[in-house]
Design a protein around this ligand. Structure first.
Ligand code: AMP
Ligand code: MG
Length: 288
């Protein structure tokens, strides 16, 4: 069977449809262990992941090739999620399928003193992908309406205006030729507990553990409200959110792979034409 047919067979509903944030959708009711749209199990998912990774890689190479020929378009994957949701693994495994030359990766932690002195979009603007690049944000400008809102890091009158600011910013970004793929990654409270425990039990995982992650767990309901507001306020036609259940890593990874493939396919990329006379170059080469 042709792979695209197999992929279609295992996805009863395409990821791009089934995961798109719906108006009125309640995050608190999301089953983080579910595999929306996918009818296969883990082994199907893992096999498919490799196959589709190859497709993703060749589409990304076309994007890169076009960028080298002056095409200013780009794709930006925005990953938002609580600690342990699997943002790092998403980058390592999904983005790991493509040529690192074509990836503009940025992660956003607690703002530096310099960043604090600027508008919250300043550091984001500097990290946007160049033409032809696949940008990846591990956390993003959305932290400024998530952690900032939950911890009252700025007054409400400031953070509440940021939803509109973000929408305006993203509208301009999209108009400038960047396709945004915004992925909200949701892990359950129980699964988070076992992933944090693993970080405490394995020498190779201590480095990922942060004692404050346990304090953040107490703020889970406040984070859920903040994530809900983020989806309600910033899922737009030009930059929709995709809500991805992440308790099963194999599922979240094939889902995001499909979202990226879809975004790249919509660019309708072809290999750039030769910028030289092919026959003349063949002759010159033969004579050399
Ligand atoms: P990690 O991704 O585990 O390295 O953690 C980065 C930390 O930086 C997280 O706790 C984020 O909530 C925090 N962070 C990211 N952006 C902001 C921001 N704009 N203001 C405050 N904290 C932030
Ligand atoms: Mg962390």
């Amino acid at each position: 069977m042709h792979m695209a047919d197999k992929a279609r067979g295992l996805w009863k509903t395409p990821a791009i449809e089934v995961l798109r944030a719906r108006p009125g959708q309640r995050i608190a009711e999301l089953d983080c262990g579910s595999t929306p749209g996918f009818v296969g199990g883990k082994s199907d998912g893992l096999a498919l992941f490799e196959e589709r990774g190859t497709v993703l890689s060749s589409l990304q190479e076309k994007l890169y090739a076009n960028g080298r020929s002056g095409d200013s378009r780009s794709v930006l994957l925005v990953l938002q999620g609580m600690d342990t949701a699997g943002k790092g693994g998403m980058v390592r495994h999904v983005i790991g399928h493509v040529d690192p030359q074509g990836v503009d990766h940025a992660s956003f932690g607690v703002p530096t003193p310099e960043e604090k002195g600027h508008h919250f979009l300043w550091r984001i603007d500097k990290a946007l992908p160049r033409g032809g690049q696949l940008g990846v944000f591990d956390r993003s400008h959305y932290e400024d309406v998530l952690v900032v809102r939950v911890h009252d890091l700025v007054p409400e009158e400031i953070w509440s205006g940021r939803y509109d600011e973000i929408n305006q910013f993203e509208k301009e970004l999209v108009a400038g030729g960047t396709t945004l793929v915004k992925v909200a990654m949701f892990v359950s409270l129980d699964e988070q507990k076992s992933r944090l425990l693993e970080r405490l039990e394995r020498r190779d995982k201590y480095w990922k553990y942060n004692p404050s992650d346990v304090d953040e767990r107490r703020l889970w309901p406040a984070y859920q409200d903040a994530y809900q507001a983020m989806l309600d306020e910033t899922s737009t036609d030009y930059a929709p959110w995709y809500v991805v259940p992440c308790d099963r890593k194999w599922y979240s990874r094939i889902a995001v792979t499909e979202l990226l493939i879809d975004a790249l396919e919509k660019l309708d990329l072809d290999w750039p034409p030769a910028a030289f006379d092919i026959e003349a170059e063949k002759r010159r080469l033969a004579e050399s």
